[in-house]
Ligand binder design. Structure first.
Ligand SMILES: Nc1ncnc2c1ncn2[C@@H]1O[C@H](COP(=O)(O)OP(=O)(O)OP(=O)(O)O)[C@@H](O)[C@H]1O
Ligand SMILES: [Mg+2]
Length: 278
């Protein structure tokens, strides 16, 4: 199959999701249309309850849409998916400890998607796990550890390695650095930036933190109460926000210090920083 690499990888077309709870319905998402370009980091921002995780769950097939359509590589994507469609879209969550089974070793957690999707030869899978650990700035020896004994930054690197194991095209990242302290957050963002460049990944990057958007995203879509308020390149939205809501969000970001600006430049460049003592 030939694929038009200039076409959007993911399209949301008038997507809607309504929940019914206690006899009344909640429109978590209404009439959302966005095109995600291949290779971009597209941030989804908005206050708590604006529909960000609902959007992620629809894209991952964990929920079905009430209306509208999702297309992936030009094909409609419902809840029931082919093995290849499942493999191609992976999630990195906010809290890696809840995502990683504490009774399983780090290596077993990363190996699981390789076994599930039957990728590579069985005898080579442990070597793949070691390579993935090194790719995310950890060591092959981490495979034998339990996630319980590791730091938040290390765990998030492991969750990223696991998400990469089956060579996805799109990563859905739901507040991936929100539970980390500022310096660790910056290093994980650098790692994500490098991985995106090296692997040609596309990111759907959910965050409530506009400082993170400014550091890592190419485009941003702003949500309020389940509706798309505005969408466009980060530079354009930040320099000339069209809606009062976006202006308010931007107004709440702390002023950039020189040190922060330097750190952002490093993140943008995707400089390889090892996990170190994180
Ligand atoms: N399973 C569900 N049943 C009923 N209502 C739900 C369900 N999941 C989400 N909602 C509602 O849908 C709306 C959007 O929720 P969602 O979790 O998508 O917001 P969010 O933007 O991810 O918020 P946060 O920043 O707090 O994570 C909220 O009003 C929420 O209460
Ligand atoms: Mg959420």
């Amino acid at each position: 199959m030939t694929r038009d690499m200039s076409a959007p990888i993911l399209e949301l077309d008038r997507l809607g999701k309504t929940f019914s709870a206690d006899g009344h319905s909640v429109a978590a998402l209404s009439d959302v249309s966005i095109a995600f370009e291949r290779g971009e980091c597209h941030a989804i921002v908005g206050e708590s309850g604006s529909g960000k995780t609902t959007l992620a769950n629809l894209v991952l097939g964990l929920l079905g849409a009430t209306s509208g359509e999702i297309r992936f590589n030009g094909k409609p994507l419902g809840r029931s998916r082919t093995r290849d469609q499942k493999r191609a879209i992976q999630l990195v969550q906010q809290n890696p400890l809840s995502a990683l089974n504490p009774r399983r070793s780090v290596g077993a957690s990363i190996r699981l998607p390789l076994d599930v999707h039957n990728l590579g030869k069985k005898s080579e899978r442990n070597a793949s796990v070691a390579a993935l650990l090194e790719e995310v700035g950890l060591e092959a020896a981490h495979a034998r550890r339990s996630p319980r004994g590791l730091s938040g930054g290390q765990r998030q690197r492991i969750a990223i390695a696991r998400a990469l194991a089956c060579e996805p095209e799109l990563l859905v990242l739901d507040e991936p650095t929100s539970a980390l302290d500022v310096l660790v957050q910056a290093r994980v963002l650098q790692l994500l930036q490098r991985l995106r460049q090296e692997r040609g990944l596309t990111y759907l990057f959910i965050t409530h933190d506009l400082a993170v958007v400014r550091a890592i995203a190419d485009r941003v879509s702003v949500f309020q109460k389940g509706r798309l308020v505005e969408t466009g390149p980060v530079e354009a939205i930040f320099s000339d926000p069209k809606s009062a809501y976006t202006r308010e969000l931007i107004g709440a970001i702390p002023v950039v210090t020189e040190a922060e600006a330097a750190l952002r430049a490093e993140i943008r460049a995707g400089t390889n920083v090892p996990a170190g003592a994180e």
